[in-house]
Ligand binder design. Sequence first.
Ligand SMILES: C[S@@+](CC[C@H](N)C(=O)[O-])C[C@H]1O[C@@H](n2cnc3c(N)ncnc32)[C@H](O)[C@@H]1O
Length: 270
Amino acid sequence: MGVIEMDVLEKFKAAQKQGWAHFAPLESFTTPPAARLVRFAGVRAGQRVLDVACGTGVVAVTAARLGARVTGLDLTPELLQRARENARLAAVQVDWHEGDVEKLPFEDREFDVVLSQYGHMFAPRPEVAIAEMLRVLRPGGTIAFSTWPPELFLARMFALIGSYMPPPPPGVSPPVQWGDPGIVRERLGSAVQEIVFDRDVMDFPALSPQHHRSSTESTAGPVRQLVEMLQPSEPAKLEAFRREYDAITAEYLEDNVVRQGYLMTRATRA
Ligand SMILES: C[S@@+](CC[C@H](N)C(=O)[O-])C[C@H]1O[C@@H](n2cnc3c(N)ncnc32)[C@H](O)[C@@H]1O
């Protein structure tokens, strides 16, 4: 890869880092699925576990409370600060690292379990991210992650946001491809055995579609970035985006809960 392409990717990651800095309040919604992922992966006491793109550490702290020896890594320092506070409150030890899933600062085969909840899917080069996650996993170890399927709520939101944003730089892959079991199988390839899929739903309580949007406009990286881009100079376009957002959300809002379906994948390192 040339210097110019690397520069484009570094700029993309710097923007990601800025975009995710306000995500911490959403941890209350990612906390229940964190426990489901940890159970799905079969995490046990004493195992060495890596939580990739850990955010505020909901998966990492859950695994640590089971007695696992946990490391958490994320691009965004503001979220790691909250992750440290979460570990302190839960009275567990976690080894936190600021870093990039495409360049993990760990030895080959260092972990028994590598996990990522709605995290590694944001790396721009899926083949690089997955190669790194598998490199640090020991043979016979478990890789497990949660991602958003293209046909369900969150991925439809990503598609909507994408339709209002300038196209991503060349070489950046859409995160929601990680929600397609066929693509996941291809990406894991012969490096793993026994791929298992499951699905679950993340609940997001909201009084109205507008309540959901108001929350994500201040917390969720991609929505925040779009609003910041449109607000100063394109109010009509922002209004159109908000109308479309609310219409999609209304399809998933029932009994004051927005139901956000997701895919879980588990496999064993060959
Ligand atoms: C939707 S949040 C999920 C956070 C957390 N896993 C959870 O379930 O609450 C996405 C996370 O991916 C992180 N992220 C994005 N790109 C990354 C990269 N290249 N390397 C490491 N972390 C990354 C962001 O900083 C953010 O914390």
